[in-house]
Design a protein around this ligand. Structure first.
Ligand code: FES
Length: 364
């Protein structure tokens, strides 16, 4: 069990946490944020400081029903608090992973993780003025960015517009209001579908639409926009900004939806390109099936096209959700950090970012 006490944290200089050396984290606190949202805080098993960019995500390896399930969550804490790292999870009706986390993750629980990664970060897009648009639990990466600016005492011009079902569903409301109190250029607006009879200060009734956007951020055309939320929310934001003539080079969103296992655009494109010609055979041992995959086609796409629902999330080699055992054959894998070198040595690979170089046999 982890024994280091808090006094040691500020007495000893700590080394950076190295996920390749110790990928197990210990849950050190659980906070109830709203009626159905909890934040889980973690420390490394060996003392170390977390190093990540605000807005990045963490992939958990969870032992659920006898299988290892990979699930990625954007980090809600700020890298300016490197002793701990936190994720914030909304319990979803019927959601296997979110319910498992809410019911099983307690003080002292241990979990394996992959190193934080992701491209959705203000660190890669410095700007004088930001517009943060979030829906529901999509608030987490934007909270990490806001916390980072706040804790660095940088009064950046940020308009943070968060949409929730009701005032009781607004995650981090008090903390956002405190940040707005502390920093004149940090402003918040909350948009709720249901406000109730009582008038609530700083809450707009309804949905995010062009009128509410103009009301909350009339200068939105000049801002770097970061959006995170359910896919329909982000699609509506994209359409609204495009219609308003926003330069979409300054628009950023979480580019993958962990709940969506449907066919991606990349898949459709790849399939039209590989409709004919040479292909390799891929044997899926658990499914007792053999499928075909063109040399320029990703293995995951070929499996989906053949009707096999291999688990996947990012489809970019980042999250590790699709990790599979390659029993035989060779692949050309270009991953983005979703697999560790030692896992590759053990014969694992990521089908979402791997193209076959020979016939393959996969444990799936
Ligand atoms: S789906 Fe994310 S790494 Fe393959």
């Amino acid at each position: 069990m982890y024994t280091r006490n808090s006094v040691q944290f500020w007495q000893d200089p700590l080394p950076p946490w190295d996920c390749d050396q110790t990928n197990t984290l210990v849950c050190c606190q659980v906070r109830q944020e709203t009626h159905d949202v909890k934040s889980f805080f973690f420390r490394p098993t060996k003392p170390g400081l977390f190093n990540f960019l605000p807005g990045q995500f963490l992939t958990l390896e969870l032992p659920i029903d006898g299988a290892t399930v990979h699930r990625s969550y954007t980090i809600s804490s700020s890298p300016t608090h490197p002793h701990t790292i936190s994720i914030t999870v909304k319990r979803k009706v019927g959601g296997v992973v979110s319910n498992w986390l809410h019911e099983n993750l307690k003080f002292g629980s241990r979990l394996s993780v992959l190193a934080p990664t992701g491209e959705f970060t203000c660190a890669h897009h410095p700007a004088n003025k930001y517009l943060f648009l979030s829906g529901g639990s999509g608030i987490t990466p934007l909270m990490s960015m806001s916390r980072a600016f706040h804790e660095l005492a940088e009064d950046r011009d940020i308009m943070f517009v968060h949409s929730a079902r009701s005032p009781d569903d607004i995650i981090f409301r008090k903390e956002l209001e405190l940040m707005a109190f502390n920093q004149p250029h940090f402003r918040t607006a909350f948009i709720c579908e249901k406000v109730g009879a009582e008038q609530q200060e700083n809450i707009i009734s309804g949905f995010l639409d062009f009128n509410t956007l103009q009301l909350t951020a009339p200068d939105f055309l000049e801002r770097e926009v970061f959006t995170c939320g359910p896919e329909p929310y982000m699609a509506a934001v994209r359409a609204m900004l495009e219609k308003a003539g926003f330069d979409m080079q300054h628009y950023h969103e979480e580019s993958f939806n962990f709940a969506d296992l449907g066919l991606s655009e990349a898949l459709l494109e790849t399939n039209t390109n590989t409709a004919s010609g040479e292909s390799f055979s891929i044997e899926l041992t658990n499914s007792k099936a053999t499928i075909q995959c063109a040399p320029n086609q990703f293995v995951l796409n070929a499996a989906h096209a053949a009707g096999f629902r291999l688990p996947s999330a990012c489809s970019k080699g980042l999250c590790g959700t699709c990790k599979s055992k390659l029993i035989s054959g060779k692949v050309d894998m270009k991953h983005g950090g979703g697999i560790r070198p030692r896992e590759i040595e053990q014969g694992l690979f990521l089908p979402c970012c791997s193209k076959p170089l020979s016939n393959l046999v996969i444990e799936r």
